[in-house]
Write a protein that binds this ligand. Structure first.
Ligand code: ZN
Ligand code: ZN
Length: 188
């Protein structure tokens, strides 16, 4: 078995640039205080394909990720290239299990140019922000009204570029409380 105690697993699905995986690992690791490890957990996600929408249902992928995650890993963040959706929305940049184990992002919509004509942020910066956002949900954080906070809900790529990669004061406190709770319940 792969030893991954106290790690965040970064799980590429399909052809993901290894440098992107490493960057997302470094950034999420720094945000949450866990080292990250790149480990592909799913070979393909055909099981989540919806032939009518021609998109992939992210909730189904999350369930599989949570099942296949090494038991000792803290959280899993998958990086996909396919277009993701949940039934109530046209598309999503990512999804996560609130207070659960797994999150996923896709680079599919993160390649868009900003609609405002602003300078396009790099794919790796956008991917890292969305990965931190989704992992924030796995640490029980909900959407934040603060526009610059990483937990702000983004409707467009402009929103993604506008927010910072950091937590606002309120979200940081909530996250640290959850971290303390987890470390108290963790087996020694
Ligand atoms: Zn969210
Ligand atoms: Zn916030």
């Amino acid at each position: 078995m792969i030893e991954a105690t106290g790690h965040i697993v970064v799980s590429p699905i399909g052809e993901i640039d290894p440098a992107l995986c490493d960057f997302v690992g470094e950034e999420t690791g720094r945000s949450f205080g866990f080292p990250a490890r790149v480990l592909p957990l799913l070979e393909d996600v055909a099981f989540a394909y919806d032939s009518e929408r021609r998109q992939y249902h992210s909730t189904k992928i999350l369930e599989k990720l949570a099942e296949t995650a090494p038991p000792q890993s803290v959280k899993v963040i998958a990086i996909a290239t396919v277009d993701l959706f949940i039934p109530i929305l046209t598309y999503v940049y990512g999804e996560a299990q609130l207070g659960g184990k797994a999150g996923i992002i896709s680079t599919y919509r993160l390649r868009e140019n900003p609609h405002s004509g602003a300078v396009r942020a790099s794919l790796k910066d956008r991917a890292a922000k969305e990965a931190i956002h989704e992992l924030g949900h796995t640490f029980k954080l909900k959407h934040c009204p603060e526009h610059t906070c990483i937990m702000h809900y983004c409707r467009s790529i402009d929103d993604v570029d506008r927010k910072t990669a950091g937590f606002c004061r309120h979200c940081r406190i909530m996250m640290e409380d959850e971290m303390k709770r987890l470390s108290r319940s963790a087996p020694r």
